[in-house]
Write a protein that binds this ligand. Structure first.
Ligand SMILES: Cc1cc2nc3c(=O)[nH]c(=O)nc-3n(C[C@H](O)[C@H](O)[C@H](O)COP(=O)(O)OP(=O)(O)OC[C@H]3O[C@@H](n4cnc5c(N)ncnc54)[C@H](O)[C@@H]3O)c2cc1C
Ligand SMILES: NC(=O)c1ccc[n+]([C@@H]2O[C@H](COP(=O)([O-])OP(=O)(O)OC[C@H]3O[C@@H](n4cnc5c(N)ncnc54)[C@H](OP(=O)(O)O)[C@@H]3O)[C@@H](O)[C@H]2O)c1
Length: 511
């Protein structure tokens, strides 16, 4: 965001509470911050998660470790000379309009000292996995063991010789289990329902390589016009994928049936199911309550009386408290789920859409966590500088009301997994690409798509059906954002590089 805004002529300052760039990929021992662990490896491959005008160096393996990611972001920041505009050790605590409602007043703590500064425009990019989502249980005060959220986990040694329950069945749980398994006495995985668990490798290739721009467009078309068929198709494909990846699953593990992957995202783990199969971890029902200093009762009525630690890998949410002075909330009719935040396109508080963007809300609707940030940044910058027009306030509010009604329908189907930051992918992506001016309509089925196809069939095919690299976002000249002269070569290179796949799979491991 800093780079995009600066490139478009803004004078920008970035406040970062850590001491280095890289976001949650910059490991911190501070247990109040979400961090990737030293053992964390990216779920998506380097081919699909580079930045639009800064390719991944060849030296990295297919899936980067957290320290490699931090290094990549650091090199990006140095390459574009961004560090000079970053204030490290600066934690923003609140944003509000100044007295005459002309500027944004930011309150922050810089190296422990309070500071207030005023700005014309503000973009919050402080992560959508900032706040730990911690369940509360009946009787938990009677438990004398460790009860914590995964956000606080740092050191496996703290669990040496202990009987540990991990709550949840997703990537964080998998990450922590892999850390503690060699030292813990017994490890359980407690999950309240089933869910898809997908591998990061598919038939010897990084799984994300199977998603192409064209497939994504077909999915978006179906989601828009044939939502039920799309949900059925997506869930049926995932069921086949589960069967293909893992073979027969023991019904006692209750991994199947899963809730729909279109209502809450599937987890990714290469190890959870093999560990269940090998008997190295055991599956438990959801926790009902704590019944004593070391006792936990589960929803199926069983009780364990020798538990030393419970770690909740129950996910994260955004921290919108910094925006509490101006964010509005509402509830649609016949809906009693959590209050819904009024943000147009999940990003802009409608009244201040030309000067405030909150990119810390939506984990959904992105094609992947990294490169899509580039598209968002270009879109916000174009809106802030007036290159892309905003609809009238009334239209934005009507859109939010309709969106909340759509959210309410999802909540009615799956209140347990309900994610208030969900978006209609087709709408969200179309809007952001249009605002960013990426020119991706040149890969579509309209006249522009055909024109590009006839002018450069090889490139059109590669961009539609080959590796989904972020360099495509800087390929087409649209006049709305800067193109990158290296984009063509980088797209061709990425497609050449993946020709080494599929690799051989041996005993479940990819070689
Ligand atoms: C353990 C883990 C692994 C993940 N793995 C993947 C993956 O493999 N693939 C994928 O696509 N996505 C993954 N994700 C999703 C992840 O959100 C993205 O990878 C990416 O980090 C999002 O970038 P971001 O800049 O939006 O947020 P973050 O990386 O969270 O960065 C936000 C930054 O804001 C700072 N900050 C927060 N609050 C304040 C404040 N009040 N004042 C000042 N600074 C503040 C934080 O210190 C941090 O540096 C993972 C998430 C987690 C939790
Ligand atoms: N690269 C990596 O290796 C890596 C590692 C860690 C995390 N990540 C990423 O980080 C993000 C967060 O992942 P995450 O695993 O922390 O969270 P998550 O994907 O949101 O999963 C949370 C898990 O907790 C369960 N859960 C939620 N609330 C619960 C409750 N009250 N009681 C019991 N179970 C509950 C959920 O299942 P139900 O709601 O279905 O019951 C789910 O299994 C994801 O984007 C993930 O991909 C990546």
């Amino acid at each position: 965001m800093l780079k995009a805004l600066r490139e478009d002529g803004f004078k920008v300052t970035c406040f970062e509470r850590r001491q280095q760039v890289g976001g949650l990929w910059a490991y911190t021992p501070d247990p109040s911050m979400t961090t990737a662990l030293p053992s964390t490896t990216a779920l998506i491959s380097k081919y699909t998660c580079g930045m639009s005008d800064y390719p991944m160096p060849d030296k990295y393996p297919s899936h980067l470790t957290s320290s490699q990611f931090q290094e990549f972001m650091e090199s990006y920041a140095r390459h574009f000379d961004l560090l000079k505009d970053v204030v490290f050790g600066a934690s923003v605590t609140a944003a509000a309009r100044n007295e005459d409602d002309t500027k944004w007043r930011l309150e922050m703590s810089v190296d422990g000292k309070g500071r207030i500064e005023e700005f014309d425009k503000v973009a919050f990019c402080h992560g959508y996995q900032t706040e730990a989502r911690m369940p509360s249980y009946e009787g938990q005060e009677s438990f004398e063991g460790i009860l914590m959220h995964a956000q606080q986990f740092r050191n496996a040694e703290d669990f040496r010789g202990k009987n540990v329950i991990m709550v949840g069945m997703s990537s964080t749980v998998s990450d922590i289990i892999n850390n503690i398994l060699p030292v813990a006495s017994k490890v359980y995985m407690s999950h309240r329902r089933g869910g898809y668990i997908i591998k990061t490798w598919l038939k010897g290739s990084p799984a994300d390589l199977s998603v192409t721009w064209r497939r994504r467009q077909i999915g978006a078309f179906m989601q828009k016009y044939l939502p039920r068929l799309h949900r059925w198709g997506a869930d049926t494909s995932l069921k086949f994928l589960m069967r293909h990846s893992w073979g027969k699953l023991d019904p006692q593990w209750r991994i199947e049936p899963s809730h729909s992957a279109l209502l809450s995202l599937p987890g990714a783990s290469n190890s959870l199911i093999p560990l269940l199969k090998e008997g190295k971890i055991s599956s438990l029902h959801g926790i009902k309550r704590f019944t004593g200093p070391r006792s936990v009762e589960f929803t199926d009525g069983t009780t364990l009386d020798d538990i030393d630690a419970v770690i909740c890998g129950t996910g994260y949410s955004a921290n919108l408290s910094v925006a509490s002075s101006f964010l509005e909330h509402s509830r649609p009719p016949n809906y009693s789920g959590p209050e819904l935040t009024r943000m147009w396109m999940n990003v802009f508080p409608p009244k201040y859409a030309d000067s405030m963007a909150l990119l810390c809300f939506s984990a959904y609707g992105k094609n992947n966590g990294f490169s899509f940030n580039d598209v968002q940044a270009m879109a916000v910058s174009n809106i802030f500088r007036g290159v892309h027009p905003l609809p009238p306030l009334k239209t934005m509010n009507a859109h939010i009301d309709a969106h909340h009604e759509w959210l309410a329908q999802r909540w009615r189907i799956d209140p347990l997994g309900f994610q208030p930051s969900s978006v209609k992918t087709w709408e969200f992506q179309d809007f952001l690409h249009d605002a960013a001016g990426t020119g991706m309509e040149n890969l579509g089925w309209g006249w522009k798509g055909w024109k590009f196809f006839f002018a450069d069939p090889k490139m059109s095919w590669m961009m539609n059906n080959g590796v989904e690299t972020a360099h495509a976002f800087r390929y087409f000249e649209t006049g709305k954002r800067r193109t990158w002269e290296g984009a063509r070569e980088a797209i061709i290179k990425a497609n050449e590089a993946v020709k080494i796949y599929p690799l051989k799979e041996k005993e479940g491991k990819v070689e």
